[in-house]
Design a protein around this ligand. Structure first.
Ligand SMILES: [Zn+2]
Length: 770
């Protein structure tokens, strides 16, 4: 060990001792029981243990399985009485390793049964206001009788199967357990009264148009549907109360729908008997639409729809569809519908973008609906996988925003004279992007909506934000000049009022949708913003996009859990995000980071008073130490006025010697020694650790941006100090200058503080005076 090395060793030991003394001090200052590294602790306690079904990487494991439910259905609509009838045969394949003693079938319409407990579970007292329709149903008329009537449940040989209905769930008791890898077929005959969906926020039903006496139907969760059986929940048979949406297995569908002969109808799947239900004129228009990639072709015009409104045909027509690998089924039908469609290239396939709307949707709908559908398919495909279905339909339905495979209902209605506000226009384009986007999450990346609202709503709202911004770039004529598309959610600043709000009305994102206080910000806005910040600020687009695409592709046509998403995002990027998931998804903490204070230093030739005391206490002399460089705080007792304005190598003999010994003459000549040194202290009143994004401004007008990683908060959750050096004086510090972290209080984000001259300003004035 040579002398120089000995000194380094000694001084490192000494500094380690110093650091440890500081740690001791910090520990004393901490509140009892508070361990401040917990924000960076891995999520082993929160996450389910990986296994053969779901790997630690976030991918499906070697034993991953999912059940399959195939349906053959005959449906008939009684338009006069607003009733629907169905007979269905379900073929259920048990791919699980378990033997199933019974089967659970979902009866969602029972949420509208007279005996439903749903209206009785909210104890909020008198509301501020009540919708007129809801008021009538609650206080004036008999409760709507909208539950399922089950005529029979039969096995394949026609023998009745016993069943038990518990609210919205029906247990079908089978004679012997359904063994692993075996299949069972059984049939159900059912009917129910269709609700007016404009009352009590039904997701499905009809709207009645008093002026012409017609109804427009948007029909979904209309048939008894198999519940999901999985490695995570067993049977997912949590009741449908109204907020938590659906959990459904994939399957193939053959559906025949009989409606009045003058109705126009579209549905999930490929139409099998187009020639039976289309006129010759419609057929030739359809052939043109299949080759029209730049604009929609009208299949049924407004004029034709208005003529049909007066018909009220008593004849019937049956529309036959087949759909492969879908988790659900929906359809829309009315004689009021105008119909347009165009082709969209997705990868090397053609997909049809389709719109159905009554004349009440025009002129808005013929202008924007199909355009928005086509844009959504392209935008979402580019961030995930190529849209695999043959079509995507947007149906106009008052106050609706609801999604099913290949078909969705959307709001956005002009005034009666055809005028409309920007709010209505953007609301309509946005809801179409959102609902068509749901084809990706959860219709294809098939998460459990009943358990986790954010997994589809949050991811979809994030994708919606990107698609909206791209829409504004591709169709600048559709938005205000020189502006961005006015997205309602996604920008960090938009979530601040929620995250800064009353903590007693905020739940973590990782909550069941039935139990949260404000479902919109909880399951849509906050997760969407969290992902947007992850993409733009924490991970960067390249790492994020690859990881997000990996998640989408790993779990398309499968059932992912939150852990599968969280794990994949790390697995594909090498970014430890446990701290991020913990803060944003498992807590209700908010972001608030500020600049607390600044001290100015210069290089000094002698140890500070504190250092001298430290050395004296340990009987260390300067000769025992390797060459050390000291920084003295300006204006403190360590300050040496003679050294002011000198370069560091002039001020410090040790530094000068080191540079002489270790650098060539030309190296020494080419360096630019800094003249100013600052210790900048940042504090963090908010619980969420975030990257510390800082813009430093100097007296010569230049700026320097430094992003300190979030790990800067790993040892001290409340306050950190950094050292910076520069050629010219520091004149300003701004934390999060582009407002990208959803910081809830920006009054502490600037130095000097905005309200008046800081201590440092006053000190600067003093120095200038000297
Ligand atoms: Zn949604």
């Amino acid at each position: 060990m040579n002398r120089f090395k000995y000194h380094i060793f000694a001084v490192l030991t000494m500094f380690a001792a110093l650091a440890s003394a500081q740690d001791q001090q910090e520990k004393k200052e901490r509140e009892p029981g508070h361990y401040n590294q917990s924000r960076f602790k891995q999520l082993y306690e929160e996450f389910a243990t990986p296994n053969n079904y779901r790997s630690a990487s976030g991918a499906p494991g070697p034993d991953y399985y999912q059940q399959q439910a195939d349906y053959v259905m005959d449906i008939e609509l009684d338009d006069k009485n607003a009733k629907i009838f169905g007979e269905e045969t379900i073929t259920y394949t048990n791919n699980s390793p378990d033997n199933l003693e019974y089967l659970w079938v979902q009866l969602d319409q029972n949420v509208r049964a007279k005996t439903s407990k749903s209206p009785l579970r909210d104890g909020g007292g008198v509301p501020m206001a009540e919708q007129a329709g809801a008021f009538v149903q609650k206080y004036i008329t008999e409760p709507f009788d909208g539950g399922f009537v089950i005529d029979y449940v039969k096995d394949a040989s026609g023998k009745a199967l016993p069943y038990t209905i518990n609210q919205t769930m029906m247990r079908v008791d089978i004679p012997q357990p359904l063994k692993s890898k075996e299949q069972i077929s059984f049939s159900i005959k059912w009917s129910y009264n269709i609700p007016d969906h404009t009352v009590n926020r039904a997701r499905s039903g009809y709207e009645y148009f008093a002026k012409d006496g017609n109804r427009a139907y948007v029909i979904a969760q209309f048939f008894p549907r198999m519940a999901v059986y999985s490695d995570v929940e067993g049977w997912q048979n949590h009741q449908f109360w109204g907020s938590g949406e659906f959990a459904l297995p994939f399957g193939n569908y053959e559906v025949n729908i009989t409606v009045p002969a003058d109705h126009v109808l579209d549905a999930t799947g490929t139409l099998q008997n187009r020639k039976d239900v289309f006129s010759k004129e419609m057929m030739s228009r359809y052939e043109r639409a299949k080759k029209s990639y730049d604009r929609p072709v009208i299949i049924v015009s407004q004029e034709e729809a208005e003529a049909a409104e007066k018909n009220f045909s008593t004849k019937k027509k049956t529309w036959k569809f087949k759909a492969e690998n879908v988790r659900d089924y929906g359809f829309a039908t009315s004689r009021k519908f105008i119909w347009d469609m165009q082709a969209v290239k997705v990868g090397n396939r053609d997909v049809m973008a389709v719109s159905l709307y009554p004349k009440e949707g025009n002129p808005l709908w013929e202008e924007y609906s199909t355009k928005a559908v086509a844009h959504t398919l392209k935008s979402y495909s580019s961030h995930t996988f190529d849209y695999p279905y043959p079509k995507a339909i947007s149906v106009h339905a008052k106050n609706q925003g609801m999604e099913y495979p290949m078909i969705c209902w959307n709001y956005g209605r002009p005034n009666e004279d055809g005028t409309y506000s920007d709010r209505v226009k953007y609301g309509m384009i946005s809801v179409i992007i959102h609902e068509v986007g749901h084809n990706f999450f959860p219709m294809i990346v098939n998460s459990d909506e009943r358990q986790w609202g954010w997994m589809d709503e949050g991811l979809d709202t994030f994708m919606q934000y990107m698609a909206e911004q791209e829409f504004g770039e591709i169709y600048p004529e559709a938005i205000a000049p020189n502006s961005k598309y006015p997205s309602r959610r996604g920008e960090p600043s938009k979530i601040v009022p929620y995250m800064a709000g009353d903590q007693s009305t905020i739940a973590p994102i990782m909550s069941n949708p039935e139990n949260v206080y404000q479902l919109g910000p909880n399951a849509y806005g906050k997760p969407a913003t969290a992902l947007n910040i992850l993409r733009e600020t924490v991970m960067g687009r390249e790492l994020f996009d690859h990881a997000f695409k990996t998640y989408s592709q790993r779990w398309k046509f499968k059932h992912p859990t939150p852990e599968d998403f969280f794990r994949t995002m790390e697995d594909a990027s090498a970014v430890d995000l446990d701290w991020y998931w913990r803060a944003w998804f498992y807590t209700t903490d908010y972001v608030d980071i500020g600049v607390k204070g600044i001290k100015k230093y210069y290089v000094s030739n002698k140890p500070s008073k504190k250092m001298q005391e430290y050395m004296a206490a340990r009987d260390i002399s300067e000769d025992d130490l390797p060459p050390l460089v000291y920084l003295a705080e300006e204006g403190s007792e360590d300050a040496d006025p003679d050294l002011k304005g000198k370069s560091p190598s002039e001020s410090s003999q040790s530094l000068k010697e080191f540079m002489m010994d270790n650098m060539t003459e030309s190296e020494r000549a080419s360096v630019k020694e800094p003249k100013y040194f600052y210790e900048v202290t940042y504090d963090k009143p908010g619980g969420v650790p975030m990257p510390l994004i800082v813009e430093y401004t100097y007296a010569d007008g230049t700026t320097k941006n430094i992003t300190y990683p979030p790990e800067i908060w790993r040892k001290s959750d409340k306050e950190v100090s950094v050292v910076i050096s520069s050629q010219t004086e520091l004149t300003g510090v701004v934390v999060d200058p582009k407002m990208e972290t959803a910081d809830i209080d920006v009054t502490n984000n600037t130095w000097p503080a905005n309200e008046g001259p800081s201590d440092f300003d006053k000190m600067k004035e003093n120095i200038k005076g000297k």
